[in-house]
Each structure stands twice: as C-alpha cells, then as structure tokens.
Write a protein that binds this ligand. Structure first.
Ligand code: TLP
Length: 344
C-alpha cells in the first residue's frame, strides 16, 4: 500500500539535483566565514528577500529565537499572534532562553492581528511595565490554515509597530507559498519587516535549514547569537548546496501543491459530514473537521496509509507537497470515503 503522507511538507526528501549539488559542494569552515557555498546561499537569500544580509541556521525555530534575542533583552515584552508558531510550537524558547515575556494578541481566522488590538498591547512607558520591543508576524499562517498575509496588511501593521519604536520580525517559514499564491516576489511581502526568516526544508524540499534575513547589523548580531546557541556550523556547505537548488529551482512548483490542496479540500467538502472552509485554503494547508460519527479518524486513516495530523477534537491538518501528486490526492480521498462508509 502506498503511503500518502500529508502530515507536513517537512517530510519532503531532497531531489536528485540537490543530492548531486551536496556531493559536489565546495566547502570551508563557515565559523570563519570561509564556506563559499554557504556564502552563496546567504547572498541569494538576502537578495530574494530584499534584505542586506542573511544567516543560515539549522531550523526555523532557531531563526525565530535568534530574531527574539537580536531585538529583545531579558525583561522586554514581545507581541506574538495567539495562534503563531512561536507561541505554540517553539517550546517557549523566547521566554526560557531569551527571558522575554510573550504577549499573545488574538489572531483572527486569517492569521491577521487586529491593528487596534496590537496598539492596545504596546506598553506605554511606565515604571511598572516591561518594554515592548518586537512584533512577530507569520506568513503563511500555519495554524490558521496556510492563510496569506497581504503586502498591504503587512505594511499597515509594521508601520504601526515602527511608529511605537518596535521592530518587526516576520516568520516566513512558508513565505514562498504566500508569494506564489499572490503572484508577487517574496521580497515585497518581507519589505515592511525588519527581518524575515524562511525555511528551505518544507515545500522547497531541501533536507535542513532556514535563513534569517535583515540588515547587516542585525545579521551580525544574529550570527553571534547563533554561535552562542551552538549553531555555529563548520563545512555546512554540504547542506547549503541543497538550499541553493531549493531557491533556484523549487519555488514556482509550489503552485502545484496549492492546486492539490484545493483538490483535496473540495473532495473532502463533498463527503457528507466533513466540513472545510474552502475560502481559507489559499496555499498548501487544509484544515478540516470530520463528522462526530467517525471515531479515531486520524489513526484509522493512518492505518489506510493516509497520514494526517490531529489538531485536537475533530479538527485535522493535511499538507500537500512535492511528494504527493494529484493522483495521490484522489487515492487519499477514495480511502477516506471507504473509511467513512465502514464507520457509518
Ligand atoms: N512547522 C512544523 C511543525 O513545527 C508544526 C510543521 O509541520 O508545520 N514557523 C512556522 C510557521 C512553521 O510552520 C514551522 C515548522 C517553523 C516556524 C519551525 O521550523 P523548524 O521545524 O525548521 O524548526
């Protein structure tokens, strides 16, 4: 039985071209700034994000933590979305390692925070208060179902933050999905933010890595934080080489993943009792609910070779990616329909 793995786009394996590039990569000691492949990747990333410089990190989690460490001191407060990855899935690192308070502002359904709510959350100068120093955004928005923040919204909320002396960091783990969905360059989504990070290891199919991009000054500080976190890597061009292929070759094909997500969402919506908000399926993530009559839906679908992630209760996440074709989506829907028939 073929396994159709919709748990995450992180399960993608490197392409043949990536493996070749990794084998042939020119290498050096990156802690001394001497790995030419890493240097090339960092320059390419900075250029694609429209920022002065970039830093290669092992993961999106480390990039986001480095952003917090770069812009906030222990005792400061940062504003994060109540549904953000940083708030939910980064082990509280901002507080545990950065000593900052995370103030969660309610994320609306589409991953936007209401500008008025953000304004209310910015602390006025007062001896009793921590200082608010950073606003974190997320595009696409994972928990909100891969929804896209527009450049207009990003500009508006960033301007508000800047007016109050805050920096803005954009968690763009899937920023290329947003860019492809909107048909605009990723740099125009990142432009209003002081820094942006994105992942190579999700839809772009590279095995490892993320890039933190910002001003030369911020990236210099970030490099030191990465070293302190134990993320100074030596001949890391071995994996950066795959990242270069990811950026040069894998961005435009994300449109296929989006089409497959829509195919899946429409197929699920046609199964009686399933509920999917089709207008929210904007990129490669499909959040849906299965009917109350189908107990243990996720493990039972898994037993039929369709892997998905439970979001608690009857809510489920399915993510499309390069290793799942349109035919696989049809097959997954067929297996889900069979499961429901047998359950009923
Ligand atoms: N997200 C993973 C899991 O951690 C949930 C996934 O499968 O979606 N920002 C966003 C928006 C992310 O979705 C993720 C990974 C990260 C940051 C962290 O990236 P990594 O996994 O490289 O630390």
């Amino acid at each position: 039985m073929k396994i159709i793995d919709l748990r995450s786009d992180t399960v993608t394996l490197p392409t043949e071209e990536m493996r070749q590039a990794m084998y042939q990569a020119e290498l050096g000691d990156d802690v001394h700034g001497e790995d030419p492949t890493v240097n090339r990747l960092e320059e390419l990333a900075a250029q694609m994000m429209g920022k002065e410089a970039a830093l290669f990190t092992p993961s999106g989690t480390m990039s986001n933590l480095i952003a917090v460490l770069t812009y906030a001191r222990p005792g400061d407060e940062i504003i994060v979305g109540s549904q953000s990855h940083t708030f939910w899935y980064e082990v509280g690192g901002a507080s545990a390692l950065g000593g900052v308070v995370m103030r969660a502002v309610s994320d609306e359904d589409d991953g936007q925070m209401d500008p008025d709510a953000v304004l209310q959350a910015i602390r006025p100068s007062d001896i009793h208060h921590p200082t608010t120093t950073l606003l974190c955004l997320e595009n696409t928005h994972n928990r909100c179902g891969g929804t896209v923040l527009t450049p207009e919204y990003t500009a508006e909320i960033s301007q508000l933050a800047h007016q109050h002396g805050l920096k803005v960091h954009l968690d763009g783990a899937r920023i290329f999905n947003a860019a492809v969905a909107l048909g605009i360059p990723a740099s125009s989504l990142a432009a209003p933010a002081d820094s942006v990070c994105f992942c190579l290891s999700k839809g772009l199919s590279a095995p490892v890595g993320s890039l933190f991009c910002g001003t030369r000054e911020a990236v210099e500080k970030a490099r030191k934080w990465r070293k302190m976190l134990g993320g100074g890597m030596r001949q890391v061009g071995v994996i950066a080489a795959a990242g270069i292929v990811a950026l040069e070759k894998m961005v435009s094909r994300l449109a296929e993943d989006h089409a497959n997500a829509r195919r899946l969402a429409e197929g699920l919506a046609d199964i009686p009792g399933f509920s999917v908000r089709l207008e929210k399926v904007q990129t490669n993530i499909v959040n849906f609910e299965f009917p109350p009559g189908v107990a243990d839906f996720v493990p039972r679908a898994g037993a039929r070779g369709v892997r998905m992630l439970s979001r608690g209760g009857r809510s489920v996440r399915a993510v499309t990616h390069r290793m799942v074709s349109a035919a696989d989506i049809d097959e997954a829907l067929k297996r889900i329909r069979e499961l429901v028939r047998e359950a009923g």
